[in-house]
Design a protein around this ligand. Structure first.
Ligand SMILES: Nc1ncnc2c1ncn2[C@@H]1O[C@H](COP(=O)(O)OP(=O)(O)OP(=O)(O)O)[C@@H](O)[C@H]1O
Length: 622
């Protein structure tokens, strides 16, 4: 289903999310998958292999479960036996012993129940922990293209809801089903032993009960799913409205949005009412179902008792056993449903874990060399007839050729969509070129180990992304083994120590969610310090477009100059001052370099750059 497919509504014509003013639900290749999946032996085996590290506990759990499955029918049988034996025969002394025996069995049953619960929990936890670790590792292995294609929400879904369904499958469904099936089998054997004719008749009812139950549950489950989906739309819309509140208020769309949201809530209410109606019909029907069954048993048992084919005491015992036999039918139906949901979850989780990165370093990749002397820390970069596209059908960069010597700064200039960020994506090895060669220090980039490159690379992006934690934590992200002295030395070098020290908790100030507790200028300085502490050879800088007060701006410019000194840098430049200072300016248009040179050379060429410059520096320019 696409985001614009009609929504099933309980009444009225189908409507699309747009009709309802809903946010367009995010869809990607991982979304919109089947909710259930048939049992698959391969997946089951693989899941089972995850229990190997605690095999002893798993085996103990299976043994406990088997014992418990016999205990419940035994308890029911004992009740019947006590009524038909000592109670019917007025045998007081045997009654006391029999009841004590019953109590002993009941206590041991609950004792085992305690361990069954505990071990199952531990087993589920162990499997879930391992799976979460593997999912995280698999996601980390993926190249940048994966993160552009797969939405964050769906990765989180694998880690949370899918893994949760697996936990339920492993720690509950499997063992509960064993207990219930065992309980049914033991109860069936005891019933057959008590009165096999009655048993055969009763057993014939079992499939009918199962079928009815299955049908009713299926309908309830479909309605409840539709209700959940409509609620997801409400929460997604709410999240987007809160996230985009500035835009909403800026465009005075509050009333309009409130109206759309009301419609959405009303839509959800209609699903809820439909579910309530179905439930109100089906729940009594289910109850009637079991009462009908009791009536059959009473009628049949009564006739047999009249005929003398069965003792009344046996009939009572039979009732208890029949209850133990039929009670699991409903539970098993639910467990089977859960098992199918867990199968679908497991399939998605394993698909992500097994996902081969679209590309990776060749096995013989070697690290980027360390510089011989600290003065010439930069790296030489050459692009040789490089072509590139994010997808095969849409080339983005065409025949890019240029060279940067160690320590040079390259400014990338051009209209939006001209390919500036794409060049950064290639030089950082986040994407491989479609054809052509990129060389660093004269070596083909494809043969350079990505991790070693990224360790000696500093990135400062427009978004100034910060992780939650303190300023110090964030700076140390650039070099995790850096001690406090190294952090202090870095901010001293950048000349911004006083700005951080002036904060109430200095470097221990919490940056808030994604740095929201800091000003824009402070965020940028943290990002510059984070890049600087890694002592990078290559700097990739997507210059911020937002304007900052003049004093902070000059502090930022100073810090940037310190960061860039002696290092090779690629800058998507928005400030004239940056472009002026660059050793080489590449002017891009529709993925091609159309002009190149220093700022002065380009101005003299009187081409596109000169025109851009003229517009930029004209008094009317904003
Ligand atoms: N992840 C992606 N997947 C597919 N196409 C992309 C992706 N990123 C960019 N593009 C496309 O590649 C082309 C070049 O984009 P790029 O981001 O390199 O331009 P840019 O010059 O950096 O633009 P801006 O100044 O707006 O950031 C554009 O047509 C864009 O739509």
């Amino acid at each position: 289903m696409s985001a614009m497919d009609p929504i099933r509504t309980p009444s009225g014509p189908p409507r699309t999310p747009r009709d309802l003013g809903l946010v367009r639900l995010r869809r990607d290749e991982e979304e919109n998958e089947a909710r259930t999946r048939p049992l698959d032996w391969g997946i089951l085996q693989r899941l089972f292999s995850y229990t190997r590290p605690i095999a002893a506990k798993r085996n103990a759990l299976v043994a406990l479960t088997l014992v418990r499955s016999g205990q419940l029918p035994a308890l029911a049988w004992m009740v019947g036996a006590i009524i038909s034996g000592p109670i019917s025969g007025h045998d007081t002394s045997t009654l006391t012993w029999a009841v004590l025996g019953y109590l002993a069995l009941a206590i041991s049953t609950d004792f085992l129940f305690h361990f069954r619960q505990r071990f199952a929990q531990e087993l589920g936890e162990s499997v879930v922990n391992r799976l979460r670790g593997e999912i995280f590792a698999a996601v980390q292995r993926q190249p940048m293209a994966f993160f552009h294609r797969v939405k964050t929400g769906s990765i989180i879904g694998r880690m949370t809801s899918d893994v949760q369904t697996l936990r339920t499958g492993i720690q509950d469904v499997f063992f509960v089903s064993i207990v219930q099936l065992g309980q049914m089998t033991c109860a069936a054997l005891l019933m057959a032993w008590t009165d096999w004719v009655m048993f055969l008749i009763i057993a014939g009812l079992a499939p009918v009960l199962w079928g009815l139950n299955h049908h009713f549950r299926g309908k309830l489950s479909r309605d409840s799913r539709a209700t959940q989906e409509s609620f997801s739309r409400v929460t997604a819309s709410l999240a987007e409205s809160v996230g985009g509140i500035r835009v909403t208020q800026g465009f005075v769309r509050e009333r309009h949005n409130a109206g759309l949201f009301r419609e959405l809530v009303a839509d959800h209410a209609s699903y809820n009412m439909a579910l309530a109606r179905t439930s109100a019909v089906l729940q009594p029907l289910l109850e009637l179902n079991s009462q009908f069954f009791i009536s059959c048993l009473l009628l049949l048992g009564g006739w047999r008792a009249f005929d003398g084919a069965m003792e009344v005491a046996d009939l009572i015992q039979f009732f208890f056993l029949a209850n133990v036999f039929f009670a699991p039918i409903q539970t098993l139906g639910n467990q089977f449903n859960q098992a199918l949901i867990a199968m679908a979850g497991a399939e998605r989780v394993f698909r992500l874990i097994d996902r081969k990165p679209e590309w990776s370093d060749p096995p013989d990749a070697t690290p980027l060399a360390e510089p011989n002397d600290a003065e010439s820390a930069g790296v030489t970069v050459e692009f040789d007839r490089v072509h590139f596209g994010y997808t095969a059908d849409k080339p983005v960069l065409h025949d890019i050729t240029f060279a940067a010597t160690a320590g040079q700064s390259i400014a990338l200039v051009g209209h939006t969509g001209s390919g500036k960020s794409s060049i950064l994506n290639l030089v950082t090895k986040f994407y491989p070129p479609t054809s052509g060669t990129i060389r660093l220090d004269g070596r083909d980039l494809s043969g350079i180990d990505s991790d070693s490159l990224h360790r000696r690379m500093g990135m400062v992006t427009q978004h100034n992304f910060l992780f939650s934690g303190t300023i110090r934590d964030n700076i140390r992200r650039g070099r995790p083994d850096a001690d406090d002295a190294a952090v202090r030395a870095t901010i001293d070098q950048l000349g911004c120590a006083d700005l951080f020290d002036a904060l109430p908790r200095g470097l221990d100030t919490d940056v808030g969610e994604r740095g929201s507790g800091l000003s824009l200028g402070q965020r940028q300085l943290v990002c510059i310090a984070r890049a600087m502490i890694a002592n990078p050879r290559l700097i990739v800088l997507d210059e911020a477009t937002s304007s900052i007060d003049a004093v902070t701006e000059s502090r930022l410019q100073h810090a940037l100059r310190v960061l860039l000194a002696g290092r090779t840098s690629f800058i998507v430049a928005h400030r004239l001052s940056t472009i002026r200072e660059a050793d080489l300016v590449l002017v891009l248009d529709q993925g091609r370099i159309i002009e190149r040179g220093t700022h002065h050379e380009l101005v003299q060429q009187a081409g596109t750059y000169a025109e851009l410059y003229r517009q930029f520096s004209s008094p009317d320019a904003t």
